[in-house]
Design a protein around this ligand. Structure first.
Ligand code: 5AD
Ligand code: FES
Length: 388
């Protein structure tokens, strides 16, 4: 079925015209049969041209569910007294990082609940150094450890981390207030994104898709937010209810199929609009559909974060329900993902950092080229890290 408005937008895309907000809304809310496939095909063409048909792995170590925050949607919020808390030892974390390096993963992600105390900050600093040492500088390190002070962000960058993920969750300030306690303000989150960029990181953010009360206009604004913040990497996924959270009471019935479609459309439209950023096919997609992550890649994503956390801790790190791969181990996930990726005719960028091309573009636009070159090795400008 054809829709003249959509056809106009598609020809604008073909002619490399700049989409405006109303185009983004139209694309995001289209539900006509056949349009979704067309949208994903266009996004896939842009992905192939800008970042290639290659998936980069970031082995994620979810090393602790101890959290000082109380986000209303999240299963590991501090007030969830049903959650069995754990904190992996340094040795266990380093074993997982070594496994990633020996298995040719270019990068790892360290993620945990949020803590700001100085033993925690010191621990992460030491771990970054050790991970760099054990891999002879080869493993790229992404951190996903929430809101921290500018000083902490700089310390971790200086210790070897070069990417940071901090989701804005939603760029609509009313919605943000509805899903977070009063002490967790949106201004602070935006300030952190700026501090991360100033510290030199490749900066990642993202939103939850299909939040109660979220419109197609809100999602279009999220994409414009990514553009305004000059974001390098996007990690976004469907909102999935966790029963032990306050939002489970208010969310009502959410249809998994619709939720998945919304998330895939959001990936496709973000790829069409931002073109050269890295976009993750997040695990939450697979919680809704066994083929969710492959569908994410076919809609324009180019990053996967295989879980490399010790199996015995996986069940306790459930931010949402139905999380996949809880009983699998790192080796099973690796071969499972290899098969899935081969099936869609893409390759895996082993031994490469797979940094966001957008990051280099924004660095090259900086007036101070010396700064760029002096950070070159760390930020992956080292050619051997980015070449195929
Ligand atoms: N559904 C989907 N995503 C969630 N996250 C936390 N809780 C949920 C949920 N119930 C996401 C948030 C957070 C990331 C680490 O996990 O976006 O930033
Ligand atoms: Fe973990 Fe498939 S990715 S089992």
């Amino acid at each position: 079925m054809s829709n003249p408005d959509m056809d106009k937008i598609f020809s604008k895309i073909d002619n490399r015209g700049k989409l405006d907000r109303s185009d983004l809304v139209e694309l995001l809310q289209s539900n006509l049969p056949g349009q979704m496939e067309k949208l994903c095909r266009k996004a896939y063409d842009v992905k192939s041209a800008e970042v290639g048909k290659r998936v980069y792995f970031r082995g994620i170590i979810e090393f602790s569910n101890i959290c000082s925050r109380d986000c209303y949607y999240c299963g590991i919020r501090k007030s969830n007294f049903h959650s069995k808390r754990f904190n992996m030892s340094d040795e266990e974390i380093l074993t997982a990082a070594t496994w990633a390096w020996e298995n040719h993963y270019g990068s790892i992600v360290l993620q945990s609940g949020e803590r700001n105390d100085s033993p925690f900050v010191d621990r992460i600093t030491a771990l970054c150094r050790k991970i760099k040492d054990l891999s002879h500088g080869e493993l790229g390190i992404t951190l996903s450890l929430g809101e921290q002070s500018p000083k902490t962000y700089r310390r971790w960058f200086d210790a070897g981390a070069h990417r940071y993920l901090l989701r804005i969750e939603t760029s609509n300030s009313h919605l943000y207030k509805n899903i977070h306690p009063a002490e967790s303000g949106m201004e602070q989150r935006i300030a952190c994104l700026n501090h991360l960029r100033d510290a030199g990181y490749q900066v990642g953010t993202g939103v939850m898709i299909g939040l109660p009360g979220q419109s197609a206009g809100d999602l279009a604004d999220d994409i414009l937010f990514y553009e305004k913040q000059d974001i390098d990497m996007i990690g976004m996924g469907p909102y999935i209810v966790h029963n032990q959270t306050p939002m489970a009471q208010t969310a009502g019935e959410i249809d998994a199929g619709e939720q998945l479609n919304k998330a895939l459309k959001m990936i496709a439209v973000t790829r069409l609009y931002l073109r050269n950023v890295n976009i993750a096919a997040t695990t939450a997609l697979q919680a809704l559909d066994p083929l969710g992550r492959e569908k994410g890649l076919l809609a324009g994503a180019n990053i996967i974060m295989p879980n490399i956390t010790d199996t015995k801790y996986r069940a306790a790190y459930q931010l949402y329900e139905n999380k996949p791969c809880l009983d699998e181990n790192s080796g099973i996930c690796r071969s499972c993902l290899e098969k899935r990726i081969k099936k869609i005719d893409e390759s895996i960028g082993y031994n490469q950092w797979g940094d966001s091309p957008h990051f280099y573009q924004r660095k090259l636009e900086l007036p101070d080229q010396d700064d760029l070159l002096s950070r070159g090795d760390r930020t992956g400008l080292n050619k051997s890290k980015i070449d195929a």
